[in-house]
Design a binder for this molecule. Structure first.
Ligand SMILES: *Cc1c(COP(=O)(O)O)cnc(C)c1O
Length: 230
């Protein structure tokens, strides 16, 4: 089942790339395994998946410690400063940095463990009250502030678009984030490469790819519906 789902998602990613005139190698699929058992992750690893996304620190750490083969872990959910110490040496990318306070904590813990941490700055492009992330107008300022922290590398931007019936409704937000990425990239800030644009989920990843996403985060499309009550 998971194998077929994964193949369907990959096929749709490929179609979206072709439609947009992009090379399929430019888009990384992150399998969002939150709430799903380790056995599902193991099955996907057998299918060749190496990138997994989790939104809770404890769950990420548990899975990190118990998985049979090392894979790359992405923290995609809100990160509290008191939990930074558990993950700085375990994640390949933190997608959800949205304050200087959090970045400074990451710097502190990364320095202690002598690691470099790759991060994205989370932007609330649609300005939703319910979402974490910065206002677009605040992003450049924060990027500049974080860029001087020696154990952090800013790799790009991330957004969680609104839940919409019609994925086309999110196209303007994806376009806006891509433009913001290019604007910041053009400033050539030291330590900031702006190569990653993490946007698009099960409902809208094809539109996100058409607008320049380099990472899509797909949960339901691969693993099926989540049950939060178990
Ligand atoms: C849960 C989650 C996803 C995946 O959502 P689906 O709609 O199941 O694909 C992607 N990004 C973030 C930040 C999430 O929390």
């Amino acid at each position: 089942m998971l194998r077929e789902n994964l193949q369907k998602v990959k096929d749709r990613i490929e179609k979206a790339c072709v439609k947009a005139g992009r090379n399929i190698d430019e888009v990384t699929l992150i399998a969002v395994s939150k709430t799903k058992p380790l056995s599902d992750i193991e099955e996907l690893i057998l299918c060749g998946t190496k990138e997994f996304g989790e939104n809770k620190v404890q769950e990420l750490v548990d899975k990190y410690e118990n998985v049979s083969t090392p894979v790359n872990w992405h923290l995609i959910g809100h990160l509290q400063t008191n939990k930074v110490k558990y993950i700085v040496d375990k994640v390949s990318l933190i997608h959800s940095v949205d304050s200087l306070k959090l970045a400074k904590e990451i710097q502190k813990e990364a320095a202690k463990k002598n690691v470099i941490v790759n991060i994205l700055v989370q932007v609330n492009v649609a300005n939703e009250d319910t979402k974490f992330g910065l206002d677009t107008s605040e992003v450049l300022h924060l990027v500049n502030e974080i860029s001087i922290l020696p154990n952090i590398r800013i790799k790009g931007l991330m957004t969680i678009a609104p839940y919409v019936e019609n994925p086309e409704d999110n196209r303007p937000y994806f376009k806006e984030l891509k433009q913001l990425l290019l604007d910041i990239k053009s400033k050539n800030i030291d330590n900031v490469d702006m190569s990653i644009l993490s946007m698009g989920m099960t409902n809208d990843y094809e539109v996100a790819i058409e607008e320049g996403a380099t990472m899509v985060r797909v949960g339901t499309g691969i693993f099926g519906e989540r049950n939060y009550n178990i």
